[in-house]
Design a binder for this molecule. Structure first.
Ligand SMILES: Nc1ncnc2c1ncn2[C@@H]1O[C@H](COP(=O)(O)OP(=O)(O)O)[C@@H](O)[C@H]1O
Ligand SMILES: [Mg+2]
Length: 438
């Protein structure tokens, strides 16, 4: 680690002793323990040296530290992979200044994260024609500390019949904060009485009431990293460590294509590189219910079998962004999607067809074809390197460290072995996959 001030730097794109150009990737982290260790180790083991134009590129990874910064001091990183923006303001503001002043590329765009919550995402997807369940917003039960509001509320806030909204939507329904996450304040409501009780308890939070997608037969969590998508079956009622399922062929190829296009559409539309989406399948139709989950849970203790995919995909996308100097799209550009939706409306397109049209726009925006070529040309070794790494002592220690931070002492051995067993299983299926493709 360098000495203070770490935010200060001699800048990027500098040649090292044998004239290779260094590209720096910063990890801006919270409680993350396991995936950064694995990410750093994969980058180290890859020993990348990538020729781009006249430059021979090498890659460094560093953890971003938090300290005072001059708004005009240069940024040492080309790309930052950030998991703090949505709740830690100093890091968010340092990232914003680095984009504006130093052309930093960051996963995810901090402005869009600040301004787009569930409400925005529901409205946007409704406009695009996705079957988002019916949703109402209700004014909060109480207000704290807004004296100026008294006059406004006295004059304009109409008394309303909450029970009537509930009846319009039908029971059961879900009440949840309009800008929520991590299941905070989410309740399933069976009748008018429960609705009143939940509303009383919601305090000053602004809540949505949403039609429940009842009787769904598949719950899919899609994880999107750049143009890469992983579709995982999910069981929300299982214990935390067992919600992501290890399941294959639970979707038809057409459904897979549809859900990939949906995920890429959401990410390209909002300007997110790293996000997840929850969809519930009922009568063959996928209803998206939660898709503003930028920087989703990436821990081995949640993802287990799907953990290597996530770490590898982060490696691929960040190296691609750093190597190609991917410019940050600071402009929110919804219009091409709205235009495509209009064409789809006019031509009476089926949902699959309209989502494929959005997917094509999204792939372009996410540079999917170029990314694919880049991975083939420069990251061909990643599969084998990762296969070996996820069987190593370093990987096992990373799993153990995460388990020790989450579980009581008497469960450390049991859960380390549990998650390690699932990684071993991944290595087995991955070996088969590579043999098949080889
Ligand atoms: N409309 C809905 N129909 C069925 N289940 C829902 C619905 N909305 C939420 N849920 C359930 O509640 C959980 C939490 O709600 P979600 O919208 O994902 O909030 P959060 O952003 O806090 O994760 C979901 O994972 C799902 O199991
Ligand atoms: Mg959710």
């Amino acid at each position: 680690m360098s000495s203070w001030p770490l935010y200060d730097s001699i800048g990027t794109g500098r040649p090292d002793s044998d004239m290779a150009v260094r590209r720096s990737i910063g990890l801006s982290l919270g409680a993350d323990l396991d995936w950064p260790i694995c990410y750093e180790e994969l980058i180290r083991r890859l020993e990348l040296e990538i020729q781009v134009g006249a430059d021979r590129l090498r890659f460094d990874v560093e953890r971003v530290t938090i300290e005072p910064f001059d708004l005009q001091q240069p940024c040492r990183y080309d790309v930052v992979l950030d998991r703090l923006t949505h709740w830690y303001h100093v890091s968010r503001e340092w990232i914003k200044k680095s984009i504006l002043l130093d052309d930093l590329y960051v996963l995810n765009n901090p402005w869009t994260l600040q301004s787009m919550e569930k409400q925005t995402t529901y409205c946007a997807l409704m406009r695009l024609g996705f079957p988002v369940p019916s949703t109402w917003m209700v004014p909060p039960k109480s207000y704290d500390g807004h004296e100026d509001l008294d006059v406004t509320l006295e004059r304009y806030a109409r008394l309303f019949d909450l029970g009537k909204v509930g009846e319009d939507l039908g029971y059961p329904l879900f009440m949840k904060p309009y800008d929520g996450g991590a299941w905070k304040g989410v309740s399933r409501i069976e009748n008018g009485h429960e609705l009143q009780v939940a509303y009383e308890q919601s305090g000053s939070n602004v809540m949505h009431l949403q039609e429940s997608v009842e009787g769904y037969d598949v719950f899919v969590r899609s994880i999107g990293i750049g143009p890469q998508v992983n579709l995982v079956r999910y069981e929300p009622d299982a214990p935390l460590h067992d919600r992501y399922k290890v399941d294959f062929d639970f979707l038809t190829p057409d459904e897979e294509t549809y859900l990939r296009d949906q995920m890429l559409t959401i990410n390209a539309f909002f300007g997110w590189d790293f996000n997840s989406c929850e969809s519930l399948r009922r009568d063959g139709v996928f209803h998206p219910i939660d898709f503003a989950n930028a920087c989703p849970d990436s821990q081995v203790t949640s993802l287990h079998y799907h953990f290597p995919w996530t770490v590898k995909s982060l490696v691929r996308w960040t190296v691609f962004c750093a190597a190609t100097n991917r410019p940050m799209h600071t402009k929110v550009d919804w219009q091409p999607f709205f235009d495509a939706a209009e064409v789809a409306d006019r031509e009476g397109m089926a949902l699959e067809e309209r989502v494929a049209a959005f997917g094509a726009i999204a792939r372009k925006r996410l540079d999917a074809a170029r990314f694919e070529d880049f991975c083939q040309e420069h990251l061909g070794a990643l599969d084998e390197v990762a296969l070996e790494f996820f069987g190593s002592d370093v990987a096992k220690r990373a799993v153990r460290a995460k388990v020790e931070s989450l579980f009581p002492k008497h469960e450390h051995d049991k859960f380390t072995e549990h998650f390690w067993g699932l990684l071993e299983f991944w290595r087995k299926t991955e070996t088969d996959r590579l043999a098949l493709n080889g």
